[in-house]
Design a binder for this molecule. Structure first.
Ligand SMILES: Cc1ncc(COP(=O)(O)O)c(C=O)c1O
Length: 371
């Protein structure tokens, strides 16, 4: 059969093939196996629900996937590959958990860390000559800054060095880092892949068998394995990724345009808007622009807090990538001095867009209304 489109692969990969088997790989809660047939212990040899998830996401990304207990467990397995005393390069704007993990390692003398603006392509290309791990997050969390990933992946890097891409925001439907030449594509499957705010899970996908083995070894030794239920739910969530993304992205583009014209909103960042400073790059590298919008409300942090608490349909909650829309002010979490205090990250879900627009409108108007 000719190679399948991603929408078909999402639905069909990772299923049993033999007659009489169930259509879905079963959830089989067991820590150990009867001896004599290869599998011994689930921390090392896994569960069928891991296999389903890994086959689907590996197929989509064009590599071999390893699933983990959370996105951060997946991130940590990549950092585990940095040689002692190595050099790590991180984006100035990236998920705070990754920045904290890198800073902790630096404090303990494990590696050194430097940070570069995501969009300073020449600086990244220069850094790739000496870095042991270049960690790229594009679009970035929460400011939606883009890296020119094709340029970074094509640039020469030190032998043995790793270019890892956090592909959580883009999903494999909008961006395939391995096809461009990156070594690892990393996901918090807690977000879009799972898609229902009901699990924690992570994945790292790679092409090189030695790198894959190193990830598996790291997972086995550190015990950062996904739960049987969580991987089953994540595999089920992935089946609908394409339709969820299509709806959420259409909603996001509509809402970004609406918010741009809203009297209570000072700034809207969304790669699909002509006003995004890297809109041309976004159009060149993505088939669609994702479903995260960052806004700044007139009246700064205080007004942003009022707005976030005033929605009904849009939940006031952290995290992103689920069927339900949610928003929160990001600077409430420490260690993100570069994030504007009033910046609100909106994760757009799959509700009716008119309802979302009405809910956001009333909340924003209540936040900036004169007393
Ligand atoms: C871009 C990005 N990467 C990684 C993570 C970590 O994932 P998890 O919360 O599943 O550990 C997050 C969490 O918000 C994230 O937004």
């Amino acid at each position: 059969m000719k190679s399948l489109a991603p929408e078909s692969l999402l639905v069909s990969a990772g299923r049993p093939e033999s007659p009489g088997q169930p259509l879905n790989r079963p959830m089989s809660p067991a820590s150990n196996y009867l001896l004599g047939a290869g599998k011994v212990y689930a921390r090392e040899h896994g569960a069928e629900s891991w296999t389903a998830l890994e086959e689907v996401v590996g197929g989509l990304e064009g590599g071999t996937a390893v699933s983990f207990a959370s996105g951060m467990a997946a991130v940590a397995a990549v950092f585990d590959q940095v040689p002692s005393g190595g050099e790590v390069v991180l984006p100035a704007d990236c998920y705070q958990g990754v920045a904290s993990l890198a800073a902790e390692g630096e404090k303990k003398g494990r590696w050194s860390v430097s940070r570069l603006p995501t969009d300073h392509t020449d600086a990244w290309i220069a850094a790739l000559e000496t870095a042991d791990l270049a960690w790229v997050e594009t679009p970035s969390n929460p400011q939606l800054i883009l890296a020119d990933l094709a340029a970074l992946a094509a640039a020469p890097r030190k032998p043995g060095a790793v270019l890892a891409v956090d592909n959580t925001f883009a999903t494999p439907l909008n961006q395939r880092p391995l096809a461009l030449g990156a070594d690892f594509s990393v996901h918090s499957a807690t977000k879009y892949l799972g898609g229902h705010s009901d699990l924690l899970c992570g994945l790292v996908v790679s092409v090189d068998p030695a790198r894959h083995e190193a990830l598996v070894r790291s997972r086995t030794l550190q015990g950062t394995v996904p739960g049987t239920l969580e991987s089953f739910l994540a595999a089920r969530g992935v089946r609908t990724l394409a339709v969820r993304m299509e709806r959420a992205q259409a909603n996001a583009l509509h809402l970004a345009r609406f918010l741009e014209g809203h009297p209570a909103v000072a700034v809207v960042r969304y790669p699909g808007l002509e006003s995004h400073p890297q809109h041309a790059l976004a159009k060149a590298q993505f088939p669609a622009f994702g479903a995260i919008i960052a806004i700044e409300v007139n009246g700064g942090a205080a007004a942003a807090e009022v707005a976030c608490r005033a929605t009904h349909l849009v939940r006031h909650a952290t995290s992103l990538g689920s069927v339900e829309s949610s928003w929160e002010r990001r600077a409430v979490y420490g260690g993100q001095e570069h994030v504007p205090p009033g910046l609100v990250r909106l994760s757009v879900g799959i509700e009716a867009v008119a309802d979302l627009q009405a809910d956001l409108d009333q909340a924003l108007r209540s936040a900036v209304a004169p007393d």
